[in-house]
Design a protein around this ligand. Structure first.
Ligand code: TNX
Length: 531
């Protein structure tokens, strides 16, 4: 039923309902709402939802979260953990008790219905906000969780604050929402190799990802300037390779327990961690840790510069195959998600044949471990066995070749998705080679390139490379609000979203980011209210 309704287009612009209007105002967001965007006549545009849901019907009246509201989990489905996560955030901001209970709901409650028989798409949900209560319905836990994220965006922005906000009327407008993602893969990559970021910093971004229905955290764990994941069989990787970073700082690494903690934290929030071990290039830290991994066994030094040097590993050295197997065996053992990213980008000083042979051999190791292999778009130069995924960042021809080979792509074109690039306007911090990438550039593009089918594209991913990004404040600044734009590209229907509509909703997004304490960039592309 949900998707059936998606086909209904609004024929024209509906007037905004007066505050006490009776009767529903229904907007399938697939309609062209642009004429309303600046005139205040589009009721959906007034809802600060990011990403934009597939269908929104604005009802009459509103729901007020009261001091005695409860989060109710009826029946035998155990959605208590999801209810607890959603309730606990609102406890912090409202100061209300908001207990999670089983049984029948009463007026004023928030009810979570997990209906595995419901004909709802994966991660999809319906959300009904009425004056006498709120009902979230989904056929999987992720959908319920996302319904909760949408609910939190309908409440005042202060609902996301970590401490009690006083004097706030906790009201959400009455709506009926039916929603499901466009793409299965909505990712964010953080390069923890050029500069190391600790567990808490990464988990804080996971919370922000989840709020925007981003469901993959790609960790770029190794590069020339650092190796950041403990491998018991090869301890020098972290004691030597993890001992520094760009600029010569102290670097750092995740113990396997640290990594497992990130994986578990992310999984609770329906974010799957995707580990990347970047080989055969970008391997200076590994080669500096073990001379037997350096080309011809000749020892090399650690590297702490900003430029991409992409030192290759000794692809046919006697220790290398065992090294690759050990590394992935240990990582796979602590990675419940079904993905492994082998890197494969920017390889220099290696013949095409040697490159292809190496990538093919790593892929077959990973496939044998039951993992779906990902690689940067250059992997299309090798002869890979489907299924595999090429991450398109640079060369669209590589992306097309990957599809011809039976693979799929994740779209991360640098001109739209590289959030290490400078924004524009008065922001001068960042890389420039593919930029500037302002918020409109992050928003205004379609991941399905000409000649591709929708099904060729698994999804989208924003990438934060960190040669220049050396603290959490810069992580916030570079990711937000560009990551919110990317989230909508990945989740919302292409025919539904418009830059003008998004610009309007970004006002609410900015208020939320403030409430969350995020040091985001107030891009001049939006007329923000005075601070
Ligand atoms: C290209 S994208 C790289 C990274 C750099 C980035 C800087 C890719 C697969 N390789 O090694 O950090 O540019 O913008």
């Amino acid at each position: 039923m949900i998707l059936g309704m998606l086909g209904v287009l609004l024929s024209g612009c509906q007037p905004a309902p007066p505050k006490d209007a009776s009767g529903d105002t229904s907007v399938d967001t697939g309609g062209d709402t642009a004429p309303c965007a600046d005139s205040g006549c589009d009721p959906v545009a007034d809802l600060p939802l990011v990403p934009l849901p597939a269908l929104v019907e604005v009802g009459s009246g509103s729901f007020r979260l009261g001091t005695d509201a409860r989060f109710v989990v009826p029946g035998d489905a155990d959605t208590t953990a999801t209810a607890e996560l959603l309730a606990s955030r609102l406890r912090s901001s409202t100061g209300y008790a908001l207990p999670v209970v089983t049984g029948a709901p009463s007026a004023g409650d928030v009810t979570l219905v997990l209906d595995t028989g419901a004909a709802l798409p994966e991660e999809g949900y319906t959300l009904d906000v009425q004056s006498d209560g709120v009902t979230l319905t989904a056929s999987d836990e992720a959908g319920l969780y996302y319904a909760g994220q949408t609910l939190s965006q309908l409440l005042p922005a202060e609902a996301l604050a970590a401490t009690v906000a006083t004097g706030v009327d906790w009201v959400a407008p009455a709506v009926h929402i039916e929603d499901a993602p466009r793409f299965a893969w909505r990712g964010g990559m953080i390069d923890v190799a050029r500069h190391f970021f600790d567990v808490a910093t990464v988990e804080r971004q996971v919370d922000l990802f989840a709020l925007h229905k981003i469901n993959r955290l790609h960790l770029h764990l190794t590069d020339d300037q650092g190796w950041r994941i403990e491998i018991h069989a090869w301890p020098n990787l972290t004691t030597i390779g993890g001992s520094t970073e760009v600029g010569g700082g102290e670097g750092g690494y995740y113990t396997q327990e640290d990594y497992a903690a990130i994986v578990a934290y992310a999984a609770e929030r329906h974010v799957t961690v995707v580990p990347e071990i970047d080989l055969p290039g970008h391997a200076n830290a590994a080669a500096a840790s073990y001379p037997e991994l350096a080309v011809d066994g000749v020892p090399i030094d650690l590297y702490t510069g900003t430029s991409v040097i992409s030192t290759p590993i000794w692809v046919d050295g006697p220790a290398t195959a065992g090294f690759v197997t050990d590394v992935w065996d240990e990582i796979n053992a602590i990675t419940p998600g079904g993905y492994a990213h082998l890197g494969g980008d920017e390889v220099i000083d290696l013949s095409t044949d040697d490159y292809a042979a190496f990538v093919q051999s790593v892929q077959s190791t990973l496939s044998a471990s039951g993992k779906l292999t990902l690689g940067w778009d250059e992997v299309a130069e090798a002869d890979l066995a489907p299924p595999f995924v090429a991450q398109y960042w640079y060369d669209a021809q590589n992306a097309r070749t990957a599809i011809t080979q039976g693979g799929r792509i994740i779209a991360s074109p640098a001109a739209h998705c590289y959030f290490d690039m400078v924004y524009d306007g008065d922001a001068t911090f960042g890389q420039v080679w593919a930029g500037p990438v302002d918020v409109q550039a992050a928003y205004d593009w379609d991941p399905v390139l000409s000649g591709m089918e929708e099904t060729d594209v698994l999804g989208v991913e924003g990438a934060l490379w960190t040669e220049l990004v050396d603290d959490e404040g810069k992580v916030d600044f570079m990711l937000w609000p560009r990551m919110a734009a990317l989230a909508e590209v990945g989740w919302s229907r292409e025919d539904a979203r418009t830059w003008d509509g998004f610009r309007g909703r970004l006002l609410g997004e900015g208020a939320r980011l403030d409430a969350l304490g995020v040091g985001w960039y107030r891009t001049p592309e939006i007329d923000w209210p005075a601070e």
